[in-house]
Design a protein around this ligand. Structure first.
Ligand SMILES: CC(C)(COP(=O)(O)OP(=O)(O)OC[C@H]1O[C@@H](n2cnc3c(N)ncnc32)[C@H](O)[C@@H]1OP(=O)(O)O)[C@@H](O)C(=O)NCCC(=O)NCCS
Length: 222
């Protein structure tokens, strides 16, 4: 199928074929209509979505890209915060499971919340196996995690019992400083526009926001 790529990691979780559109055109829509599966389309927020709507795609999320240079970072230091390479997946899973309710699959009425939860659990597991996850500890206790790929913070959460206490900026500061010390010149992330706690966190740290991308889904049950 031209202009449509398979996303086998999602197919394995949802038990149906899953795809992501690389271009949006009449030809692509014909392919979508001809094959059963779950489809994702990402569009710049000002791009026309007429073809998507005509084909039956529905809106699920808007992703924003926070970015920060070393000069922009507002650091919050706390001597009780430490970061470590993650070493116990079960503990991380306890934080991850059910945490990502702002994710696009949780907001998709065609996907069960339990499957959406498993999708994030599996993603974390993949990152963990690749040694890309950092544990964030507060006073020696596991308080959160951040999955990192190069200079991008891709999957992150604070443990429920530590959430909402204004701690996240101290935990994130420690990891951002570590990345800048490792010669990265810019740090990126990706957050849902609806996730105001994450948005406020990045703003507190001095990040700016760019690249607004709308996510549309479609389920072809044919
Ligand atoms: C996003 C997350 C990491 C933030 O951690 P947290 O401990 O909840 O956040 P904090 O209490 O440190 O607050 C962060 C900022 O958001 C603000 N905030 C917190 N909860 C808020 C809410 N419900 N509404 C609006 N603002 C909120 C705080 O005032 C704070 O800003 P400040 O430090 O300038 O005062 C955490 O909520 C979480 O793990 N959520 C589940 C997983 C998730 O959504 N991860 C992000 C995926 S993109």
């Amino acid at each position: 199928m031209n202009s449509i790529k398979e996303t086998p990691w999602d197919a394995a979780v949802f038990g149906i074929d899953t795809y992501e559109l690389e271009t949006i055109s009449i030809e692509t829509m014909k392919s979508v209509k001809s094959r059963k599966g779950h489809y994702t389309a990402r569009v710049n927020s000002l791009e026309s979505t007429l073809l998507l709507h005509e084909a039956g795609f529905y809106y699920c999320d808007t992703l924003l890209q926070p970015y920060c240079t070393k000069e922009m970072l507002k650091k919050y230091d706390d001597k009780d915060v430490t970061i470590h390479k993650a070493s116990d997946f079960k503990l991380l899973l306890g934080i991850c499971h059910g945490a990502f309710r702002f994710g696009r699959f949780h907001r998709d009425p065609n996907i069960h919340d339990s499957d959406a939860d498993r999708r994030y659990d599996e993603w974390l597991h993949d990152l963990y196996k690749q040694h890309k996850v950092f544990e964030l500890r507060y006073d020696g206790k596991l308080a959160g995690f951040i999955g990192v790929e190069e200079n991008t913070l891709i999957l992150h959460a604070v443990a429920e019992e530590f959430r909402g206490r204004g701690l996240a900026k101290y935990l994130w500061s420690a990891l951002c400083s570590e990345l800048f010390n490792n010669d990265h010149t810019e740090i990126l992330s990706s957050i849902s526009a609806a996730n105001v706690a994450a948005l406020n966190l990045y703003i507190s740290l001095g990040f700016r926001i760019r690249n607004s991308t709308d996510i549309y889904h479609y389920l072809n049950k044919c």
